[in-house]
Design a protein around this ligand. Structure first.
Ligand SMILES: *Cc1c(COP(=O)(O)O)cnc(C)c1O
Length: 473
């Protein structure tokens, strides 16, 4: 048996793959968005593959394509208006294939000079759009996602405030650091607190004002109480675009507070950071440039495949303390470069940035601004149409995520789950359900329009179908 397919076989496989890429990229809308499938059905399908004998790759390709079509929520479908999941740009698919082929090793600069510099080039560009000073203190890296970027932020904040922590351990720093997030912040901070050794009790959940923004007065009081009780505030997280409701915390006020109290301000802009590509909408993020660190995901609104998070900070020295390591077997490198194995949680890793590079090249500044503006406008259209047909929306944000309900859903005549199941059965659009308070009492339907393939037609279909379902109830 040979481990490389014959040249002609490889050609046929590539033709088949090409046909599938074109089919899916241009015709995803013909698929039902939502699979109706049980775990046993999927496992039965997989049981046929026991690896006892080699299988022809054409068969494996064909069966995997069929399974992906049938057993996937199609987030690349234009009618997917669900969670912060992207339809992927065409160029990013090309880029990812190219990276699989060359498999550049990004751990050390010297193994992949172009790929490493290309990543830094894109990160400096995006950091600049966010308003950061791209100078000798600037540091940025690709991560697996927003969760890892948030994790990196807390590690950097700890290393900045307590450099001895990296050698002596948390127990030796003599204080109990605490981290503040709003009730609406992403739950990755629970994991981050576990993984950094601070523990989840070090995470303080700050209440929000009625508009769902972090309540800065409450934050001040909590810090005071914590200090009195022997804790030491370390980091405050402002979210720019909360996961449930797309709310932007009062970043300028948080920046002032953190500056005067000497605390690390992290801005989690995993989803909404992309509005920085638009000259006017960028002002929504006002204050972000004063953050000590920022999270933005490229695998959300920026429309590249998983996993592509980005971590930015203006404390290069803290990154060096937090992640620095030396190893005699790693190749030597010039002094003016970044070695990802010394500045991130990873060692060996895939090149993440090429799909971003391709997308920035494919769309250019005008295309990126349009990516933002078109979705903001569709969000407005959805809000207007829902209001017109008697729905009420519950989140005040300019961003294109709409949390809404209907009097019929509130008086108990019917349930959101029923509406959603009936909507999914129609198969044209997909939205989710969300809770707007930590106890889950204020529940609503939630539509997010950052899929770049979504148009007026899908928004109109969503409202028409929802109205039809509510009338029937
Ligand atoms: C999506 C999201 C995260 C988590 O990012 P992953 O890429 O899923 O790891 C964190 N914070 C916010 C605000 C998010 O929207």
């Amino acid at each position: 048996m040979t481990l490389t397919p014959a040249y002609e076989t490889a050609q046929q496989l590539l033709e088949q793959l090409q046909a599938e890429i074109l089919q899916h990229f241009y015709h995803a809308r013909e698929l039902p968005i939502f699979p109706n499938v049980s775990s046993s059905e999927v496992r039965t399908h997989l049981a046929a593959f026991d690896f006892s004998e080699p299988l022809p790759l054409m068969q494996v390709l064909g069966e995997s394509v069929a399974a992906l079509r049938k057993y996937t929520v199609h987030i690349t479908h234009p009618g997917y208006m669900g969670l912060f999941n992207p339809a992927v740009s065409f160029s990013s698919v090309l880029a990812d294939a190219l990276i699989s082929l060359y498999n550049p090793q990004l751990a050390a600069w010297s193994h992949s000079p172009w790929a490493n510099e290309m990543e830094q080039h894109t990160l400096r560009y995006i950091g600049g759009k966010l308003g950061m000073a791209v100078d000798e203190n600037f540091s940025a890296s690709y991560t697996a996602g927003g969760s890892e970027a948030n994790h990196s932020a807390l590690l950097a904040a700890l290393a900045h405030a307590y450099p001895e922590y990296v050698t002596e351990g948390l127990a030796a720093i003599g204080v109990r650091p605490v981290v503040y997030v709003s009730e609406q912040a992403h739950n990755s901070f629970d994991k981050v607190c576990k993984h950094t050794g601070l523990g989840t009790r070090a995470l303080r959940t700050v209440p929000t004002t009625p508009d769902l923004k972090l309540d800065v007065d409450a934050l001040r009081q909590m810090m005071q109480a914590d200090r009195a009780a022997g804790y030491t505030p370390l980091m405050v997280v402002g979210t720019a675009g909360t996961t449930a409701a797309g709310i932007i915390d009062p970043l300028p006020e948080l920046a002032l507070l953190c500056n005067s109290e000497n605390l690390w301000l992290h801005v989690d802009a995993a989803w909404a950071g992309v509005v920085a590509f638009h000259d006017e909408y960028r002002t929504l993020l006002q204050g972000i440039a004063d953050a000590d660190s920022i999270t933005v995901d490229a695998h959300k609104w920026l429309s590249v495949p998983y996993g592509a998070g980005m971590f930015f900070t203006r404390h290069r020295s803290a990154v060096d303390v937090a992640f620095g390591v030396t190893a005699s077997y790693m190749p030597p490198s010039p002094a003016d470069i970044v070695n990802p194995f010394q500045t991130t949680l990873h060692w060996s890793r895939r090149c993440i940035g090429l799909k971003v590079f391709f997308t920035l090249c494919e769309w250019g500044e005008a295309g990126l601004a349009e990516l933002v503006a078109r979705k903001m406008q569709l969000g407005e259209r959805l809000r207007a149409q829902l209001t017109e047909s008697g729905w009420q929306f519950l989140n005040r944000t300019a961003l294109p995520v709409v949390c809404f309900t209907h009097p019929k859903l509130e008086d108990g005549a019917t349930t959101r789950q029923q509406v959603l199941q009936d909507l999914y059965a129609l198969g044209d659009v997909w939205i989710s359900e969300a809770a707007l308070d930590p106890k889950g009492n204020t529940r609503c339907l939630r539509a997010c329009i950052t899929n770049y393939k979504t148009t007026e037609a899908e928004v109109d279909t969503l409202v028409r179908q929802l109205n039809g379902l509510i009338e029937k109830m």
